[in-house]
Design a protein around this ligand. Structure first.
Ligand code: FAD
Length: 382
């Protein structure tokens, strides 16, 4: 595809903002469409998030993705710091180190000195400012209500008007609402509610690093410490297919953060630091609840979408044989790892749309390929 091709990006959270930056810098003519009146109103609007490794016994593909993703995000943090300063956005984040304990904090699992806290909404703002400086058009109050395989996007605007616009490529980054635009793409997404709690604390009470156990707690940043996060599945696009979903579960991943538990954030803090939890028990936290969109194998969706109109021939057995929509890409299912997945995912998609080699191995590309669940289902049915 030639550069200056017109690319629409749907959604202005971490995924959409990262794509806007990567694609506008790659020379594409970018239009970002966001339903809300401002960016980062979804999960990407949390006060502080953490950037930390994913430890697995065998350094599996999920761990490899997060490792490369973290390095990419840290590079972006450094590249964007001038933009943030010039725009008065404030500090985007800092590598303070992340201490990973086991679930009851009795044993050290790992220490990641490069691990960081990041303010996701500011990161989004900085990406969008950089994208705008590279010619991207940012349209707020514009909800994409339908997308067809030829790249036509139907848009409802805040004022009540509707129109359709044709693009050379469309990158769909609207998280939990992806299934509304791509109901037949077999992306197998869960919606998972989560709450983070912010406590106003003086600097002298600050943890020296981020600490993760059954939850996580950050150092005090600009007067607040953030503790997270609950993890409650509320909806999925495969609720009626229990046999299918079971097939995709279970990579050998030590998440550190036990996402299935029902602890409150104060209980999570108590595991990490009983003395801080005692202080916080007398404070009124500011809670923020939002929705994560996650796949069953916990890997994101990065790449070109399945062409659901084409039947799969029995001979199809490999990911590169899967039929795809020429003009539709997706960056979604970022789960609890939006900060490490969004910049890397955006760079992969920018390379793919430009027809350049992706910056990751073909095995990793296959692991995040948006057609992987359709292929697995096809293989089981043979
Ligand atoms: C409680 C909690 C704690 C978390 N902690 C961490 C953490 O510590 N570290 C980490 O890396 N990640 C963390 N995450 C995950 C991270 O926040 C997400 O992975 C990330 O924000 C997802 O970004 P996104 O752009 O895909 O989605 P979102 O931020 O949800 O953005 C989607 C955007 O699309 C827009 N949109 C929706 N539909 C349409 C439409 N039809 N047309 C136009 N626009 C539309 C929405 O308005 C929204 O702005 C956490 C998530 C939660 C819920």
């Amino acid at each position: 595809m030639v550069t200056r091709a017109k690319v629409a990006i749907i959604g202005a959270g971490l995924a959409g903002a990262a794509c806007a930056r990567a694609l506008s810098r790659a020379g594409f003519s970018v239009t970002l469409l966001e339903a809300a009146d401002q960016p980062a109103t979804g999960a990407s609007g949390n006060p502080i998030g953490i950037l930390h490794p994913l430890i697995s016994k065998d350094h599996n593909l999920a761990s490899q993705w997060v490792e490369i993703g973290m390095a990419t995000t840290l590079r972006w943090l450094s590249e964007l710091s001038d933009v943030a300063r010039a725009q008065g956005i404030g500090t985007l984040g800092e590598s303070c180190g992340v201490l990973q304990m086991n679930a009851d904090a009795s044993e050290l699992v790992s220490w990641a000195p490069e691990g960081a806290w990041i303010k996701p909404a500011r990161f989004v703002q900085a990406c969008l400012a950089d994208a705008a400086a590279h010619g991207a058009e940012l349209v707020f109050g514009a909800r994409a209500v339908a997308v067809d395989a030829q790249g036509e996007v139907s848009i409802h605007s805040r004022g009540g008007e509707s129109h359709a616009q044709r693009f050379d490529a469309v990158v769909i980054c609207n998280a939990a609402d992806i299934h509304r635009l791509l109901p037949d793409a077999q992306l197998m997404l869960n919606s998972i509610r989560g709450t983070v709690s912010s406590y106003a604390l003086p600097m002298e009470r600050s943890l020296p690093t981020v600490i993760c156990a059954s939850g996580y707690a950050t150092p005090v940043v600009e007067g607040e410490m953030v503790v997270g996060a609950s993890y409650e599945r509320i909806e999925s696009d495969f609720d009626h297919e229990p046999d299918d979903s079971a097939q995709f579960r279970g990579q050998d991943v030590m998440e550190g953060v036990d996402e299935g538990d029902a602890l409150s954030n104060l209980d999570r803090l108590h595991v990490i630091s009983p003395s801080l939890a005692e202080i916080c028990a007398d404070l009124m936290p500011a809670d923020r609840t939002s929705i994560r969109s996650a796949t069953l194998d916990r890997m994101p969706h990065v790449g070109r979408v399945l062409d659901w109109t084409k039947p799969l021939a029995p001979s199809v057995s490999q990911i590169h044989q899967m039929p795809r929509c020429e003009r539709l890409w997706v960056l979604g299912g970022l789960g609890s790892r939006g900060l490490s997945s969004a910049p890397l995912g955006a760079e992969v998609i920018a390379a793919q749309i430009a027809g350049q080699p992706a910056p990751i191995s073909s095995r990793l590309l296959a692991a995040v390929d948006p057609t992987r669940f359709a292929l697995r289902r096809h293989q089981r049915r043979k």
